[in-house]
Design a protein around this ligand. Structure first.
Ligand code: VG1
Ligand code: CO
Length: 562
């Protein structure tokens, strides 16, 4: 039986209306993918159908996920469908696991036309948690590809599958599958993505200098929390084995299907274990990652928190501490619209071009491909360079360690030096999770009408002794400078005359009801060392007052503040 050609079937299905990928792929409850008839199959078929048949036939594709519950089951189906859709070769991570940043690296290494990434990122996992699917071409994710997949999913009537195909994800190496008559055979290659990814980093950073910093004569002590996500093996191999960090440096480094029941989200609330372990000063540098390894949080001694917006600005200002940029130069910077404008100040001082994009990494891809941008970041704990087309958690850690190794200063000193040089952007984000969708849609509509009114500009708001005057207010719209495509409705912005900003957005990745995000950003030239929440409280008061958010949602405060 083993050697007889496998049968290919075409199965009738009915389309689902809700398979629109959002900020970062299609995310739903596990049960939706697991139990809704052909829900997974429909979306995977839409991905394959979005690729021109000539490009798909005999092509190489990459598959990997963050190891969460349903990862394996989904990969089995994807392999069966890839075979039936004419894919010639699949490169799959060992045990089906591959970090999000490793996928583009493997795509390039094997000259694949794209990759399917199975993750719901920082969303919780397990049978009651979330699952997600994302498709990257060799150039990363893009609006054009994403909307094509969605269009196809809306009218899908059938999918192709090779149900008898059984893949072994545990054994490294090649497996070949013969399909019936007119179909070409499929080769599956199970690879060690950690090694490919480590190779990529070796070409970006000075590993000898980092090794000296971490395990030389006077090493700094680091604490890295993989939060039971996909990065555990990468941390152990790269930071511990290769750069010499002691075993105590790596915590929660065994990937788990449910992330140990926690949110694998690197922020002060969800990574409390790391923050607590740093308080007494036993470690000089701390970092945490999300489930799929593309987000990062950076901490200094005693848990000194570096906001992602500051982290981005600091890396930009010290960019030549990273050998990759010494060789390739720096073409431009980019940040998502809600990210604080700290980066803009570095761009201005260094006369480097800066781009402002909507939230979501997919908007950076075109800029990087066109050679316009070398470093990008988002306030949502995402940082990365143009070495790949994803944000990259471990890259951000090695970027920081490179800066520390060059400047021989502590994290806190580096950040404070930065504020002294440029002034400080105080930044915070309020998330209201699981609120009523209709209520917040109404709120956004009313807000938009209010801020679009001509009289809104120049309006003044007074809170205690602070007065804010509106300078500009709009619904953020982005025109891609490379392909001129327009993305509308990307968040409501109110910008005041002193540069302070209030931004309202609905999340595209949350899965329980709706999530409203309010971003507050203000700039101070002299008051550099104050408490963020105290400094931003006048702006918060205005943001809540004009939106009536609490009244409309019945909440008395945010679910989470970052
Ligand atoms: C959030 C963040 C956004 C990020 C996206 C994916 O989206 O705000 O900046 O790119 O998550 O990150 P939203 O629409 O929920 O605000 V990840 O680590 O989930 O790939
Ligand atoms: Co992620």
């Amino acid at each position: 039986m083993e050697n007889s050609p496998l049968q290919v079937l075409t199965v009738a299905t009915a389309p689902y209306p809700d398979q629109r990928p959002s900020s970062s792929g299609l995310r739903k409850k596990v049960s939706v993918f697991q139990f809704k008839r052909s829900y997974l199959h429909n979306f995977i078929q839409s991905i394959f159908s979005s690729i021109d048949l000539r490009d798909r036939q005999g092509s190489t594709m990459v598959v990997g996920g963050d190891g969460r519950f349903f990862n394996r089951a989904a990969i089995e189906v994807i392999v069966q469908m890839a075979a039936a859709n004419g894919v010639g070769r699949l490169i799959i991570g060992h045990h089906g696991i591959m970090s999000t940043p490793a996928v583009p690296c493997v795509i390039r290494k094997y000259k694949a036309i794209g990759g399917i990434i199975l993750t719901a990122s920082h969303n919780p996992g397990g049978p009651d948690g979330d699952f997600g699917i994302k498709f990257n071409t060799a150039n990363g994710a893009s609006e054009a590809v994403t909307s094509k997949i969605f269009q196809i999913s809306r009218t899908l009537e059938k999918f192709a599958i090779c149900p008898g195909l059984r893949v072994d994800l545990e054994t490294l190496g090649k497996q070949a599958f013969d399909l019936e008559n007119k179909f070409k055979p499929l080769t599956v290659e199970i690879v060690d993505s950690v090694e490919s990814y480590a190779n990529l980093l070796r070409n970006i950073f000075d590993f000898a200098a980092l090794k000296d910093l971490l395990s030389g004569e006077n090493p700094i002590r680091v604490r890295i929390d993989a939060m039971h996500g996909v990065l555990g093996p990468y941390v152990k191999r790269i930071l511990c084995k290769e750069l010499g960090c002691p075993a105590i440096s790596a915590i929660n480094c065994v990937p788990m299907e449910d992330f140990g029941g926690q949110h694998p989200d690197p922020n002060l609330t969800d990574a409390a274990e790391l923050v607590d372990s740093m308080r007494d000063g036993s470690f000089d540098f701390g970092a945490a990652f999300d489930g799929d390894g593309d987000r990062n949080m950076i901490l200094g001694k005693h848990g000194f928190f570096v906001t992602p917006s500051d982290s981005l600005a600091v890396i930009a200002d010290n960019i030549f501490c990273i050998p990759y940029f010494q060789h390739s130069g720096v073409r431009g910077f980019a940040r998502s619209m809600p990210t604080s404008t700290a980066l803009d100040r570095v761009a201005k001082a260094t006369k480097i071009e800066i781009y402002e994009t909507p939230a979501g990494w997919k908007f950076f891809g075109n800029l990087m491909d066109a050679g316009l941008v070398s470093l990008c970041g988002e306030e949502s704990f995402g940082t990365g360079g143009d070495h790949i087309r994803e944000k990259d958690g471990l890259w951000a850690v090695l970027a920081w360690l490179s800066i520390i190794s060059t400047r021989r200063r502590s994290v806190e000193d580096i950040v404070k030096d930065h504020w002294l040089k440029y002034g400080r952007n105080y930044f915070t984000r309020y998330d209201y999770q699981n609120v009523d969708l209709d209520a917040v849609c109404d709120m956004m509509e009313d807000l938009e009408i209010m801020i679009a009114d001509k009289t809104f500009v120049k309006q003044r708001f007074a809170v205690k002794d602070k007065i804010f005057q509106v300078e500009k207010a709009d619904n953020f719209e982005y025109t891609d400078p490379v392909d001129s495509s327009i993305s509308r409705n990307q968040g409501l912005r109110i910008i005041f005359s002193d540069g302070s900003r209030i931004i309202y957005r609905l999340s595209g990745t949350g899965n329980d009801g709706a999530t409203v995000r309010i971003y507050l950003d203000s700039y101070e030239k002299d008051l550099l060392f104050e408490d963020t929440q105290v400094m931003l409280s006048p702006l918060a008061t205005i943001a809540l007052k004009i939106s009536q958010l609490h009244l409309r949602t019945g909440r008395i405060g945010p679910s989470i503040i970052t």
